[in-house]
Structure formats: structure tokens, C-alpha cells
Design a protein. Structure first.
Length: 449
């Protein structure tokens, strides 16, 4: 713990942490050490130092979703998934910076300021879980938790050169995870080895009656290393490599990976996929709709920021609280969401996007009748320059093309860092398997790394 606290202090300029639980983490370490010396059997995460994203509730600790509207709000209870880690004697070292309400791809939309990529300070770490990614990238903890609604674990993992897991929808309880878009959100894991990530997943993948959208019959997950004799069937989606704006080196690396896997006697087919152009619009229609509804609870009455401005009536009171409390990106998405849900537009936007979601699910179901996994890029480019998002926010949304796919379909996906770009930034690939096939997902990652 002392080592990690020193790392955190020395790298404060990266702005990865919002709060560091210094005293508490040191005390916990001492308690655990005493247990060990007394010969008590060690639990699975004895002394494992973990950081959490500022959207995960931890009783008695502040949680703000990096928003002014929740500044100084303290959690009344602990998220189930986090409790499972604490029960195995993990040490929680602090909570990490992120985009406000997990909305963003650069970690520049935070009330607490931007996070820097430790490899190059002119680049973003990705988002929205940028702080959690940098905490692992820069050695400020062993593992960290993020949340992934449309790529917020996999894309920052890719930009930072580490591993990022988004589990199957319903595999990890969302109880105590601040909601952005409930039918997409999942807690995800950052780590540096497949085994570590698998270990955290195995502990958090347990049923929870507090989350009615969880799989009710979770089978225990146990990591099984890749066996060299085992051959897989991979699908590469043809149009992904011709996507507008995809970096030539990234497209080239995926193509050579396909050749390499083929030479290793795996089946590697390049298949057609007709709906690629629809997935970003469908994602932003559905998630903003859900967000506008989820964020209506922040009215400044029950909790959160209250404006000092005089209000003539209740509506004006809400208006002041929310105007001052939310940042621009969040306001933009609330407005978009209320628009697509409004009478007269509901069928044109919301319903249509739901139909696209259904078509995507049907299409992946077909793909997995034949294949074990789909291989995709994580992002069309390596880490963006700081400030790029302000200049062209639409381009940032479009760059979510490869990650939102797994959230629209509920599939599990792992981003693994495999390559180095000539610009010296890392990048990797995404492995997607059928829903609840996390065992094979980790086996493939184990083989590729
Ligand atoms: N970049 C995506 C968005 O802005 C993903 C966010 C997320 O996964 N939380 O919505």
C-alpha cells in the first residue's frame, strides 16, 4: 500500500484519482498483515490493491460521478460487486476520475478536470473510465474497476496499453453503480494480465437479488488457460476494416493477426456485416433516452447540489440546481434523450433504434452458430490529442463504432493490447464471444497475449 501511495503522490499531475483513502488503506494493510502473521488462511484478494471509478458506491465514501451535482455526496451503501471484492480482503485505495456520469470518450468532461495519458501527456487516456485506466497504466494500483456503457473500459484500456473487460450484460450486479443507460451499463475491469482480470471477474460474477436485470442463474466462472491444441473459429467483420477514418496501421495489424491465426490452423473467416453504419446512431438514441430518464432524479431536493439563487417556484428551483450542477455534455445528452422520447418523435427515433438493436442481436446470434469469437479493432485510432474532442465532438462519437456493438448486443468483450503504433502509442484488438461465454473469451485473450 505504501508503494502505491508513493506512486499516486509522484504522479498527481496525471489527475487519475479524485480521492485517495490513505489512512484507511494503510490500516487495512496492517490488519491483513496481522492476520497473515497469525496464520489465518488468506482470502483470494488478500492485500490486492484496487481503485474504483467515481460511479461506484462505497458506503461512507464520497461518490460524485465526477459531477458538480453530486459533489460531497456520500454513499449510503456499497455496490454489491465492490462488496464481493472487499469480502475477499481487497484493499480499496481510492476512487478515480472519469467523464461526468460516464459520458465521454476522453475523460475531458470531468468536473475535476482532465486526466493525462501517462505515456504521452499531450494525449487523452480515453474515457469515460480514464482515471481507472491510468491508475493501472501508471502502476498506482494493481487492478481497477470502471463502467462500460459503450466502451468506457475497453477504449481507455486500448489507449493506455492495458487489458479491459466488459462482461456479458447481467454478469455483474449493477446495484450501487450510478446509472447512465441501464440496459447497457456493466461494471468492467482493468488489469495488466488476463489471469488477474479473470480473478476479479470470477469474484464479482455472483448473483445479486438487488439487481433484477442480472442473470439469475450464474454459473461460477473459473479461468482456464489456453491449451495449445485448442483451435478456435474466428469471424472478422469485413466492413470494419474499411470503416471511414480507420488508421491504416490498425487495419493492417488486424489483417495480419487474421493471417497469423489462419497459419496457426484456426478458422478465420472474413464475413459480411450489414448494420455497421447504424450502430453508433442507435447507441446514442437509446443511451441518451435512458440517461434523460435516469438523470431526472438529480433535482437538488433529495440530494446533490442546491443553487443559492432565489427561485419563484419549483420548476425554477429544479432549473437552477440542474443548470449549475450538470456539465455541458450531460446537458446535451439529457436534451437529446428527452427529444427522442417526445411525442411525435418516439417512433421515428427511439422505436427505430430499438428495432436496430433487435436486428443486431439476431445477427450476432447467427454468427455464433458458427464461430467462437468475433475480432474487432477497439478504436479506429490510437489515443486522441487533448482538445481534439472540443473541436469535433461528432468525430469522437463516431469513434465509438467498434465498442458500442458489444453493449447493444449484451456480449462480453475483452480489449487486449497487442501492438505498438509508429506514433509510439499502444493499440490492440477486441475479442467478443457469445453471451456468458467468458471462459472462452479469456482463453482466447490468453492465447493472443
Ligand atoms: N464513449 C461512450 C459514450 O460517450 C461510452 C461511454 C461509456 O461506456 N460509459 O457514451
Amino acid at each position: 500500500v505504501q508503494h502505491y501511495l508513493t506512486q499516486i503522490k509522484q504522479q498527481q499531475h496525471l489527475n487519475a484519482f479524485i480521492e485517495v483513502y490513505e489512512t484507511e488503506a494503510l490500516q487495512k494493510a496492517q490488519q491483513l498483515d496481522a492476520l497473515r502473521k497469525a496464520g489465518t488462511p488468506l482470502k483470494k484478494l488478500h492485500g490486492v490493491v484496487i481503485a474504483i471509478k467515481d460511479v461506484i458506491c462505497y458506503a461512507g465514501h464520497k461518490v460524485s460521478a465526477a459531477s458538480n451535482i453530486l459533489q460531497n455526496f456520500e454513499s449510503l451503501y456499497t455496490a454489491t460487486a465492490l462488496q464481493f471484492l472487499i469480502d475477499e480482503d481487497a484493499i480499496i485505495i481510492g476512487n478515480c476520475n472519469c467523464d461526468e456520469f460516464a459520458m465521454g470518450s476522453t475523460n475531458e468532461n470531468s468536473y475535476y478536470g482532465k486526466v493525462l495519458n501517462a505515456l504521452d501527456h499531450t494525449k487523452v487516456p480515453g474515457g469515460s473510465s480514464g482515471g481507472s485506466a491510468v491508475a493501472v497504466q501508471a502502476g498506482m494500483c494493481m487492478l481497477s474497476l470502471g463502467s462500460d456503457t459503450g466502451g468506457s473500459v475497453r477504449q481507455p484500456a486500448d489507449f493506455c496499453g492495458i487489458i479491459g473487460l466488459k462482461p456479458s450484460y447481467g454478469a455483474i450486479s449493477r446495484y450501487g453503480l450510478i446509472a447512465y443507460a441501464s440496459s447497457f451499463d456493466q461494471i468492467g475491469i482493468f488489469g495488466t494480465t488476463v489471469q488477474d482480470v479473470a480473478l476479479l471477474f470470477s469474484i464479482m460474477h455472483q448473483p445479486d437479488v438487488m439487481d433484477s436485470t442480472m442473470l439469475q442463474t450464474t454459473t461460477a466462472f473459473n479461468f482456464e488457460p489456453h491449451h495449445p491444441q485448442k483451435k478456435y473459429k474466428f469471424a472478422f467483420l469485413q466492413p470494419t476494416l474499411q470503416t471511414k477514418g480507420i488508421d491504416v496501421e490498425i487495419a493492417g495489424a488486424i489483417t495480419s493477426l487474421q493471417v497469423q491465426l489462419h497459419q496457426g490452423n484456426h478458422l478465420t473467416d472474413v464475413i459480411d456485416f450489414e448494420y455497421l453504419d447504424y450502430i453508433v446512431p442507435a447507441y446514442y438514441v437509446l443511451t441518451t433516452a435512458e440517461a434523460s430518464s435516469n438523470l431526472s432524479r438529480y433535482d437538488g431536493i433529495r440530494y446533490g447540489h442546491q443553487s443559492a439563487l432565489p427561485a419563484a417556484n419549483l420548476n425554477e428551483f429544479y432549473l437552477h440546481n440542474r443548470t449549475e450542477g450538470f456539465g455541458d455534455e450531460v446537458k446535451k445528452r439529457i436534451m437529446l434523450g428527452t427529444f427522442v422520447l417526445s411525442t411525435g418523435y418516439y417512433d421515428a427515433f427511439y422505436n427505430k433504434a430499438q428495432k436496430i438493436r433487435r436486428l443486431l442481436v439476431d445477427q450476432v446470434t447467427k454468427i455464433f452458430e458458427t464461430y467462437d469469437a468475433i475480432i474487432l479493432p477497439v478504436c479506429p485510432t490510437t489515443a486522441f490529442n487533448i482538445g481534439q474532442n472540443d473541436k469535433d465532438p461528432i468525430a469522437t462519437y463516431l469513434a465509438d463504432i467498434f465498442t458500442v456493438f458489444a453493449n447493444l448486443t449484451g456480449l462480453p468483450a475483452l480489449a487486449v493490447p497487442l501492438f505498438s503504433h509508429s506514433n509510439n502509442m499502444p493499440f490492440g484488438v477486441q475479442i467478443l464471444t457469445n453471451k456468458n461465454h467468458e471462459v472462452i473469451l479469456h482463453q482466447i485473450a490468453d492465447m493472443l497475449m
